[in-house]
Design a protein around this ligand. Structure first.
Ligand SMILES: Nc1ncnc2c1ncn2[C@@H]1O[C@H](COP(=O)(O)OP(=O)(O)OP(=O)(O)O)[C@@H](O)[C@H]1O
Length: 818
């Protein structure tokens, strides 16, 4: 473990040096804040005696120095090397007006967007990784999945609108698709017969749908803050922010997705863009999942509701025409996850349980499945299920989903055409209507029941995020078991799967924060598809190069000679692929090696060639594997990356604050300036700086502790950096103030962030012994807040030197009054 870390550290340019640099830098910053605060305290003491001219001289000098630094070309290189090139000012604009967006001189200048999200004027979006925004890198693998049997074109432009196509805002739009936000790659084209064989279906597709402003929002004159460019699938959120001096400015956040659908796009078009392309491939042993994600009232149910019926219609068309007399049948089931439990929506809300079979396939025991052969029956079943769903009222949606609803369309095939034997599963299409993504907010809302629901929903969405993150990191261990939702969704991420995520967003300014959360979440999912290293098992299966046995030897669906054999063989294929993936994770070797072992497996087992003769060794259970040193190392590396990112963000924030400070200095020089205002603003700025440093220090201390846990620093020869002694000058004063600020802010934090912060504090301050009781593992009530707040405050008072305390506050803190 240690050796691995050092190997990594050497290869990746001075990790530990980075920590030391961060520490030194923070020391200097804290000292500066301390000095400034002392000066400020003195200035307040000498109210009215300030010498304007000498103050102005120093301020101007400081200001000029800063400008000089930011304008120099060497600084540009320096910023670039730190990954902060976006903070560099254009050399032609390095006048004091450059900072004018705080004061008006350079008005209109947009604050900086995070790296990787900036878009050149009229050009493509910069992608630091060099990946296209789409999923083209995966497309090349998909042709293996396409049936050799021609897939009949399913789309009929004159077909009826479905029962819930009604679109209250726009009705039948007559505009051409393009004008209405439907991207050029409208998948209708994929169903043109000549395109069939070349049809490509992305493994993960992330689509964003913006709904129109609703009546309430229109009545409140709320602004639409989302603009979309459907040609480039780009979407911009225009966020209004407040500067420290309380003036407004606009921050743009740009995102690019696989498809961006604006408020004029109909449900039909949503279907063509999302689900229609995956319908044919569920006849090819594929498990596909479509889920909607977004805050309450953003249109998830509105978007998801019509999709299953449209898909069923197309599936039935394939069953009854293209694959007629081949023994395929469509099965329908509908259940929900509510409060961590499963309920059958088509069987009097019967409680269900989830099991994993020997082949790690998720089975829902007791789930009522209906064999369906006509659209009318499906329509009835959908309506019945929807009527049984758990809904409630939220501020944003009168009929809000309180559960995750999962509707499944399963293609099964009778064995030997016989009705007596149970049919075999060929493919599955699941539709998941997730509960509102911000339900965690309900923990402060309403009654106990609503709060419990909120906590459960939050947990499952967090678990989903964790799974996505784990897949994103190529972690061997995917925490599917984190929640019922992720256990059910497991199919979507491993094996031969396709996933479509539809992120629904509300356009109004009041939803800005939630909208950004949704888009960031979607962005994270999208990044899953970046690069070949992000492939999951299915991709391994579909890789053509590097394998000696051509994948085209896989029997197409039309050539099923022996269903049973074929079914088993397919399962073996997954297992073999999983072993390959695990061996590739374990050895961290080249793919070629992994593929050759896969190839060996195929030959031994006769996959795709002959009947399975030899018993297959038991599959490795990726889910039940123990947490290995590799996993630990990955986690450590991730934390290091997070630390560096947090540091970069902290520098960006500091630059912003410095600009505000410079503007404040300019203001302070102006005749008639009010000293009171100056003092208050300076106080706020310094508190912000201190708090931001404290946060970074906490993160750094946490990371150092983790390194020590793994002996990484200790084994480096005893010269490892120690945790910052926060009680030492000059940290003391800045940290006391910042701690108090943080403590005062605690009420807004959830239990986990509080606990993490609290434990880091205890560690930093060496106060673990003072902590008689650990906080209860439940969200805090007012009493607990008071108690913990008091412990921390009294400890600060008792332990730190009285002189420091005199500087930070004049008296011993009383018990907090709320
Ligand atoms: N694209 C759209 N066009 C027209 N109306 C829409 C659109 N999206 C949503 N709506 C309307 O907005 C309201 C809220 O939508 P919906 O119930 O689908 O939200 P939701 O995201 O499922 O909320 P919750 O998570 O609370 O269940 C509904 O009245 C719906 O008809």
């Amino acid at each position: 473990m240690v050796a691995k870390y050092w190997e990594y550290a050497i290869n990746n340019a001075n990790t530990i040096a980075t920590i030391l640099k961060v520490q030194n830098w923070m020391t200097e910053m804290a000292a500066t804040i301390h000095n400034t605060q002392s000066i400020q305290d003195t200035a307040v003491g000498r109210h009215g005696q300030r010498s304007g001219s000498s103050g102005a001289h120093h301020q101007r000098q400081y200001s000029d120095n800063f400008l000089e630094v930011t304008s120099s070309s060497s600084n540009g290189r320096w910023l670039q090397s730190a990954g902060l090139q976006h903070l560099q000012q254009p050399s032609s604009n390095t006048s004091s007006q450059d900072f004018g967006y705080y004061g008006g001189g350079g008005g209109g200048q947009e604050p900086l967007t995070p790296p990787g999200r900036q878009k050149k004027h009229g050009g493509a979006v910069d992608d630091p990784n060099g990946f296209s925004p789409g999923l083209l890198d995966l497309h090349s693998f998909d042709t293996e999945l396409i049936s050799e049997v021609p897939v009949a074109p399913m789309y009929n432009s004159t077909r009826d609108r479905s029962f819930d196509d009604a679109e209250p805002y726009f009705g039948n739009s007559k505009q051409p698709s393009k004008a209405r936000g439907l991207p050029d790659n409208n998948l209708l084209k994929n169903f043109a017969p000549e395109k069939e064989k070349a049809s490509t279906v992305a493994k993960i597709k992330v689509v964003v749908r913006k709904r129109p402003l609703n009546k309430k929002e229109l009545a409140k004159n709320e602004e639409d803050i989302i603009t979309t460019d459907t040609h480039s699938n780009c979407l911009t959120v225009h966020e209004t922010k407040l500067k420290v001096d309380l003036t407004e400015y606009m921050e743009k956040h740009e995102f690019v997705f696989d498809a961006v659908l604006n408020e004029e796009v109909s449900n039909d078009e949503v279907y063509h863009e999302t689900v229609e392309p995956i319908v044919p491939i569920i006849f090819q042993r594929t498990k596909a999942t479509c889920f909607a994600y977004g805050q309450t009232g953003s249109g998830k149910t509105f978007t998801m509701k019509p999709l299953p019926l449209k898909a069923s219609r197309d599936i039935l068309r394939l069953v009854n025409h293209t694959y007629r007399s081949q023994g395929f049948h469509l099965y329908f089931s509908f259940f929900e996850i509510y409060g961590g439990k499963l309920y059958d929506l088509l069987n009097d809300r019967k409680k269900l349980c989830m099991r994993e079979d020997g082949k790690q396939q998720v089975c829902i025991v007791g789930l009522q499945e209906y064999r369906v052969s006509d659209v009318e029956t499906i329509k009835e079943l959908i309506e019945r299920g929807n009527a049984t769903r758990s809904t409630g009222t939220t501020g944003a949606n009168e009929e809000s989903s309180r559960s995750h609803a999962i509707l499944q369309l399963v293609i099964k095939r009778s064995v030997d055409g016989s009705e007596s034997k149970p049919p075999r599963v060929v493919g599955k299409l699941s539709f998941i209507d997730l509960a509102g993504s911000e339900r965690g907010a309900d923990t402060t809302d309403n009654d106990k029941q609503t709060r419990m629901e909120g906590a459960e929903i939050n947990k499952s969405l967090l678990a989903l995020k964790e799974c996505i993150r784990a897949l994103d990191n190529d972690q061997g261990h995917i925490p599917f078991r984190g929640s019922k939702l992720t256990e059910v969704l497991r199919d979507s991420f491993v094996g031969n799967s396709r996933t479509v995520m539809i992120s629904c967003i509300s356009p109004n300014a009041g939803s800005c924060e939630h909208t950004l959360n949704t888009l960031r979440y979607a962005d994270r999912v999208k990044s899953l598809s970046k690069g070949n290293k992000k492939e999951t098992i299915a991709s391994s299966i579909n890789v053509k190069e590097s394998t000696t046995v051509s994948m085209t030897s896989l029997p197409p669906v039309s050539s099923y000679e022996d269903d049973e054999d074929d079914y088993d063989t397919t399962e073996e294929l997954y297992e073999a692929a999983e072993q390959v993936q695990q061996s590739s994770w374990k050895n961290n070797n080249t793919k070629a090696e992994a593929y050759s072992s896969f190839d060996k497996n195929r030959r031994v087992n006769g996959i795709g060639q002959t009947k399975l003769k030899e018993p297959q060794p038991p599959p490795l259970k990726s889910e039940s594997r123990n947490w290995s040193p590799d996993d630990e190392l990955n986690a450590l590396l991730k934390e290091e990356e997070d630390l560096v990112n947090a540091h970069r963000k902290q520098v960006e924030d500091t630059m912003d604050i410095v600009r505000v400070e410079m503007n404040l200095l300019v203001e302070a020089d102006e005749p008639g300036n009010q000293l009171d205002g100056y003092v208050t603003k300076l106080n706020t700025i310094l508190a912000q700086k201190a708090s931001s440093i404290l946060q970074l220090q906490n993160r750094l201390a946490h990371f150092q502790r983790r390194l020590r846990e793994h002996d990484v620093l200790v084994s480096s020869g005893g010269d490892a950096p120690k945790a910052t002694p926060l009680t030492e000058k000059p940290y003391g004063i800045a940290n006391i103030r910042a701690s108090i600020l943080v403590i005062l802010d605690l009420e807004r934090m959830n239990y986990d962030s509080w606990r993490e912060l609290f434990e880091t504090h205890c560690y930093c301050f060496g106060m673990a012994n003072h902590l008689k009781e650990k906080p209860d593992p439940k969200p805090f009530g007012l009493e607990e807040w008071k108690r913990i707040d008091n412990i921390v405050k009294m400890w600060i008072y008792d332990t730190l030197s009285p002189s420091l305390l005199q500087m930070s506050s004049k008296r011993k803190p009383n018990a907090i009054r709320y």
